[in-house]
Every structure is written in C-alpha cells, then in structure tokens.
Design a protein around this ligand. Sequence first.
Ligand code: HEM
Length: 179
Amino acid sequence: MPGSLVAQLDQVATPPAFDGLPGFLGTRGSLMLDLVFLAMFAIVPALLLSIYLVRFRQRYQLHKTLQLTLGSVLLLAVAAFEIDMRLFTDWEQRAAPSPYYSAEGWSVVWIALVVHLCFAIPTTLLWIYVIVQALRKFPRVPAPGPHSLAHVVWAWLATVGMLMTAVTGWGFYWLAFVA
Ligand code: HEM
C-alpha cells in the first residue's frame, strides 16, 4: 500500500513539535512541566494533612516525618526542574501557540510567570529556614516548647506561600501550555 507507506514515512520524518522530552498530559507541557504540575496535586493535600495531624491530633513525630519527606521531594523536584528548563526545554517555544503569549514584550503568560516566581522563590527560602530551625530548636522527638511560637508563625507563612506557589503555577501552566 504505497499510500500508507508514504504516511508512515512522513510520520517518521516529521520532527517532534518541540525540543526536549514530551509530556504525558496531552498538553504542550514537557515531561518535567507535566510532572511538577501533577505533583503539586499530591503535595498540597499532603501538606494540609500534616498540619491537621499536628494541630488537631498532636502527632508531632508524624508531622516531622511528613514535612521532611515533603521538603526532600520538593528540593529534588526543583533541582530536576531547573536542570530541565536551563538545558533541555525551551518553555517559550511551547508557550508560543497560546493566545496569552507574545514573543515581544510583556504578555499575560510572562506576567503569570513573574507572579508565580514572586511566590516560588521566597517560599523555597522560607521552607529551608523553617525546616533548619525546627531541626535545630525542637527536641529530636519533636514536641511543643520555646520554639513553638516562632515555628507556628513562620510555618504558616511557609504553608500559605506553598499554596500560592501551587495555585499560581497551575495558572501559569494553563495559560502557557493548555490555552
Ligand atoms: C516547611 C516545613 C514545615 C511546615 C510548613 C510546618 C507547618 C507547621 C504548622 C502550620 C504548624 C502549626 C499548626 C497549628 O496551627 O497549630 C506546625 C506545628 C508544629 N510543627 Fe511544623 N512544619 C514544618 C516542619 C516541621 C519540622 C521539620 C518539625 C520538627 C522537627 C516540626 C515540628 C512541629 C511541632 C512540634 C509543631 C507544634 C508546635 C506547637 O503547637 O507547639 N515542623 N508546623
């Protein structure tokens, strides 16, 4: 069947639409963009569960384990994401078909990215600070003590920062890679 052979050859010869590894959500997102987008849907409920456990169930050790796990997962995700964005994925190429993106000057997509980074960068620093201070100042088997007040204040800020990072990240993803 020469027709179908031509079609097959055409498929093989057609280069992928974008540089980098393709994602799996059926959008224009790359593999890492899709992974981080999806991971936040697991991280946010896990964070809320951890806070519920410490606040209403006094499960201090479980809260510590959960927070250290979340911190490690987030650190790994940020590192992998940064490597991918700097070396492999041209996000602007993937955002180009969006009606909210423009290659020249400011666009809604760029504004959404800046808003997202305004939460993501301070929140990363805040998480490091909250975790380091908690490890230093709570006993090894964690329990309320002199560090409680400072922890509750900074940790709530870190929590709100993470929620805003997730929401603004989802918004940016939709504007750039779905619309
Ligand atoms: C970025 C990481 C963390 C976040 C976002 C976080 C979040 C929170 C929040 C929001 C509360 C207050 C809950 C309330 O309103 O009563 C809390 C309490 C607490 N957290 Fe964390 N936490 C983190 C890491 C840790 C770590 C690593 C430890 C242990 C080493 C820890 C130990 C505690 C303890 C003992 C309390 C109870 C304080 C008290 O009520 O006196 N947290 N945490």
